[in-house]
Design a binder for this molecule. Structure first.
Ligand code: ASP
Ligand code: MG
Length: 423
């Protein structure tokens, strides 16, 4: 039993969906669960719709029409003689969303976000499922919310592993024995039966949850790149594909900011030793990357990773007290309760610095709260640059012309918090 995940770029228009069909055809004899994201940049569009609806800006209907037209164009090109029941099914989904945004917003922003944004995955999977059935790749559409259960932490639902695993194992597995199953990434069900999402780009993670509970023989993420590269080809020249990675290496890369694999994806797979393939949907025969527990030489390849939208927070005590002994727990408590995502830390006797995800509101709040007791400095507009497996300063050309605000080295990596601007 295998799990495939196709992301937004792989289903962004009619031709892309046809290409997915070609790939899946090659596996039509397999027991297969296919997890699909929203088409193209639909999730961004639905984020705008959420904003318009919750803030009642008057733009909601216009954005809804954009959403509907985008999908209808794909349907028209793809599905020649769409069966009336298939058509009704998709049409009803549009109506459901239109009714939702025609009402008055209730509940928190994040709650509304999940109820609206999830429509991207619902519609995309319905279209792909109907198209594949029409081209004789027989499959059944299922609603991921019947299986993936989370708490009510909207926009970042935490998975109820026990309930989820047992539902997938007992109810979904028998269905996959019979035919290919198509379902949504990214979405789940809170314990009071509302939709939750698992965090942006969470479809890889959904696929891993399914693979874990199904004890799948492998998971494959189909991407628009050949596999995991040693650097982002949009920012670096001469990138190379990394053929083999260990689970731990992949977790570290994701943590440093590599965006090919969603950070939460690896651990469920690692715990059941399920190999993860990252392959190109443009060149499906190419080797791609295999993430497993096997150590290979390729993990010695130099790798360069940039994490954008960072801020450097520097905290020192006003009263000359030592940071570590007396103050660190207070600072950490603030970081933890406000869910400030920390990517690098460094301290001296009297100061503490952290590179964190930039979030204007949280950082203002941090400054306001801690500055009674500490001197708090925030540099925004930073990047965290990580170089792994490098000899001395090889590959550090990236740093030319940049201001290095903080530097940290270990045996296998060098990390720099840098900024283009003087703050
Ligand atoms: N559609 C969602 C997003 O764009 C989930 C995903 O693509 O993985 O964030
Ligand atoms: Mg996506």
């Amino acid at each position: 039993m295998q799990v495939f995940k196709f992301g937004g770029a792989s289903v962004k228009d009619a031709n892309s969906v046809r290409n997915v069909g070609e790939i899946v055809k090659g596996f039509a004899q397999e027991k297969l669960l296919i997890v699909i994201s929203a088409m193209g940049k639909t999730t961004n569009m639905l984020e705008r719709l959420t904003h318009a609806y919750v803030e009642q800006t008057g733009k909601a209907k216009q954005i809804f029409d954009e959403f509907k037209t985008y999908h209808e164009n794909i349907i028209q090109e793809l599905i020649e003689d769409i069966q009336p029941n298939g058509f009704d099914d998709i049409e009803n989904t549009f109506i459901e969303l239109e009714c939702l945004i025609g009402g008055n917003p209730e509940g928190s922003y994040d709650f509304n976000y999940d109820q609206i944004v999830s429509f991207g995955e619902i519609v995309s999977t319905k279209i792909v499922s109907i198209y594949l059935n029409q081209t004789n790749v027989k499959n059944r559409w299922v609603d991921a919310r019947n299986f993936i259960h989370t708490d009510a932490n909207y926009r970042e639902g935490r998975v109820d592993w026990e309930k989820t695993s047992s539902l997938i194992h007992n109810k979904l597995k028998p269905l996959i024995e019979k035919q290919i199953i198509i379902t949504q990434g990214f979405i789940g069900n809170s314990n009071n039966n509302n939709t939750t999402t698992l965090g942006r780009e969470g479809s890889d993670y959904s696929a891993a949850i399914f693979a874990y509970a199904l004890e799948a023989s492998s998971q494959t993420i189909w991407k628009d790149v050949t596999g995991v590269l040693n650097a982002d080809p949009k920012r670096f020249k001469d990138t190379t594909n990394i053929e083999f990675l260990t689970y731990n290496e992949a977790i570290e890369l994701a943590y440093y900011g590599a965006t090919v694999i969603h950070p939460k994806t690896i651990q469920p797979l690692q715990s059941k030793n399920i190999p993860l393939f990252v392959k190109s949907f443009i060149d499906p025969k190419a080797k791609g990357t295999l993430v497993s527990n096997q150590i290979h030489d390729s993990i010695q390849t130099p790798m360069f990773i940039i994490k954008d939208k960072q801020a450097l927070v520097s905290i020192s005590s006003k009263d000359f007290s030592f940071i570590v002994e007396e103050n660190l727990s207070k600072i950490f408590e603030f970081f933890a309760t406000h869910n400030i995502k920390t990517n690098l830390m460094q301290n001296s006797a009297i100061s503490f610095s952290a590179c964190v995800d930039f979030d204007l509101l949280k950082l203002k709040h941090l400054q306001a709260t801690l500055s009674a007791q500490f001197i708090v400095k925030v540099n925004s507009d930073c990047e965290l640059f990580t170089a792994r497996n490098i000899q001395e300063n090889q590959g550090i050309e990236y740093l030319k012309g940049k201001k290095i605000l903080l530097e940290q080295r270990t045996r296998s990596s060098a990390q720099f918090v840098v900024s283009d601007k003087e703050n």
